[in-house]
Design a binder for this molecule. Sequence first.
Ligand code: PLP
Length: 379
Amino acid sequence: MQNIIEFIQKTFKSNKFIPLHEPRFIGNEKEYLNKCIDSTFVSSVGEYVDKFEEEFAKKVGSKYAIATVNGTSALHISLLLANVTENDEVITQALTFIATCNAISYIKSKPIFVDVDKDTMGMSPDSLKNFLEKNCEIKDSKCINKSTKKIIKACVPMHTFGHSCRIDEIKSICDEWKISLVEDAAESLGSFYKKQHTGTFGDLGAFSFNGNKIITSGGGGVIVTDDEKLARRAKYLTTTAKVPHPFEYIHDEIGFNYRMPNLNAALLVAQLENLDFFIKRKKELANKYKEFFKDNNDVNFVEEPKNSNSNYWLQAVLLKDSSNRDGFLEFMNKNGVMTRPIWKLMNELEMFKDSQSSTLENSKYLEQHIVNIPSSVIL
Ligand SMILES: *Cc1c(COP(=O)(O)O)cnc(C)c1O
């Protein structure tokens, strides 16, 4: 294991603590922030928020983009736009970051957990299909869960660490079963599946710009969609459900104060300009790791799955023997190389332990074997 430490220190040109993921501010960040402050438009109205939405939609190839305060709020609003209510259920994957399930829970809807694929670490279309065929029926163009009698309104797959799941197959299954597809693309900006950008396959897609993501606005998120009505409603719900009027405050629904401030957008516009460079460097790092771990019998580097052109946001290894995991984590962290296990399965957390789930063989396997290693852009 000492050789892994030495390799990572050499690669990151550092003998000090090497974090998992640091942001990089090497472009126009300070210039735009200064301009933003000078303009006094630092809050929820301003040219950078509008500019960001325009540039982002162009970048991922969607018709509309609506900026939000974070990725969780982008997911929350996306689920509301998919008409999810507290009486409904939402299918997601057991192996994901908590935010996916928090958003489902804000509406008081119930999550159902299906398995992931071993190679993509994202939702398995086979597991999804199997769950639906075993447990559900279509009535009046709605997907009914036979055991709870509730409607399954939405499905939220997630593109883990920037590797895309088999999203085209998931989309076909959702179409067949009359379920809205909301993609949690929080980790996959710059990742493509069969040449189409992740987050644009579903009715709605949500991205995050938290400090640890591939580009950051400090905190921030965005919703993408090709549906003009959904886009207009997304903007309206994230801006306190205010009816357009030159001076009156008229709100005709409970809305949210979820709009990304201009200050954050100024930072983000500059970050977006460097996205391609960041991804290029991440792929170079992935190649270095791949080469280094090639002959290692205990540790396998996780490569992009078939049909995925990944952003390699967080690099990961798969430990052959799960009994070595905690020892590996302890040794690395003690020696200044930050490593972290993948998430605990959602169905094992206190809040979701009574949720319905399919068999979760792959999720359990990955939970025990996957570890993230330093992934920052090297300058
Ligand atoms: C980061 C992340 C989110 C949430 O984003 P925030 O901006 O932190 O609210 C949602 N889902 C996944 C999978 C994430 O990694």
